[in-house]
Design a protein around this ligand. Structure first.
Ligand code: CP
Length: 318
């Protein structure tokens, strides 16, 4: 792997290899080996044009646990506010000795452009680009699913599992990356959303699309992944259905969660709108693996950094 831009760039064996390395990273952390020397001497730049809590901090933790240096660059307070272009920002990072760039942007395709425009030679990792993809989020979701629902098989895929993804699919890079990855790993995916929040083209995705949450839950899925309603991306002020109707028809309420099979886990990429797309007591219930998803993010991002950078480091040392 040269870059980590899209799940569509991976085949099944590569995806399983990233998960296997993440398992290895988790094992080292559980044995209290907090810091590995793997990326000593490397510099990872976190280039965030959009706000983030989980992704930015977990990439920083992942890089530091592999002994890399980390430079955090956020759009706020930088020369981007003076109109500096993505190209000039990339050239500046290259001049400062970045060995890998983790980028989050509101623009779909920003990570791809950084990787392929020829401005910068280093590996690029997509930390979320517009409504397009969030590939490391999908990897950490698959990692969490595998740990809970495939215990004893830390080497295979997700064959035979049924995952229901619910909510604002239209604005969700998490949904798109998860549909690609979970089906690549053998799971069946059902998307549930109001018709107005289903992207044009989703019918061509390798999943089922339905509009009735109760129908989807009655099928007894193995996991229910709730999506955040992204009000900030709803330009023009339109929101259909109304917020009250959305919560009633598409919210994971206590009553709905109580009807799920005992083994079904509840997921959310965060940040959550508690009491809207998910009831607070469901988010805090025993079914919920939401906090664990955050912990998985560090292991998966350690794995991605390892796969992109460790070979280069070994070659440089020769
Ligand atoms: N899931 C996720 O991407 O969260 P952040 O926006 O906090 O990084």
């Amino acid at each position: 792997m040269r870059h980590f831009i899209s799940i569509a760039d991976l085949d099944r064996s590569q995806a399983i290899e990233v998960l296997a390395t993440a398992e290895h990273m988790a094992e080292t952390q559980s044995r209290s080996i907090r810091k590995l020397p793997t990326l000593l001497g490397s510099t990872v730049v976190n280039l965030f044009f959009e706000d983030s809590t989980r992704t930015r901090i977990s990439f920083e933790a992942a890089a530091k646990r592999l002994s890399a240096d980390v430079i955090n660059f956020s759009a706020k307070g930088s020369s981007l506010s003076k109109g500096e272009s993505l190209k000039d920002t990339a050239l500046t990072l290259q001049a400062m000795g970045a060995d890998a760039v983790v980028v989050r942007s509101a623009s779909s395709g920003a990570a791809h452009q950084l990787a392929h425009a020829g401005w910068i030679d280093q590996p690029i990792i997509n930390a979320g680009d517009g409504a397009h993809e969030h590939p490391t989020q999908a990897m950490l979701d698959a990692f969490t699913l595998r740990r809970h629902l495939r215990s004893g098989d830390h080497h295979g895929g997700l064959d035979g599992l049924h995952v229901v993804i619910v909510g604002d699919v239209l604005h969700s890079r998490v949904a798109r990356s998860n549909v690609l990855l979970l089906t690549l790993l053998g799971a069946r995916v059902t998307l549930v959303a109001p018709p107005a929040l289903v992207p044009v083209g989703a019918r061509a995705w390798p999943c089922e699309v339905i509009y009735d949450l109760d129908e989807a839950l009655a099928a007894g899925p193995d996991a229910v992944m709730m999506l955040r309603v992204q009000r900030e991306r709803m330009v023009g002020g339109g929101f259909f259905p109304t917020e009250g109707e959305y919560a009633r028809r598409y919210g994971l309420s206590t009553q709905r969660a109580a009807r799920l099979p005992g083994h079904t886990i509840v997921m959310h990429p965060g940040p959550m709108n508690r009491g809207f797309e998910i009831a607070g007591d469901v988010a805090d219930s025993e079914r919920s693996v939401i906090v664990e998803q955050v912990a998985s993010g560090v292991f998966v991002r350690m794995s991605v950094l390892y796969h992109l950078l460790a070979t280069d480091v070994r070659e440089d040392a020769r």
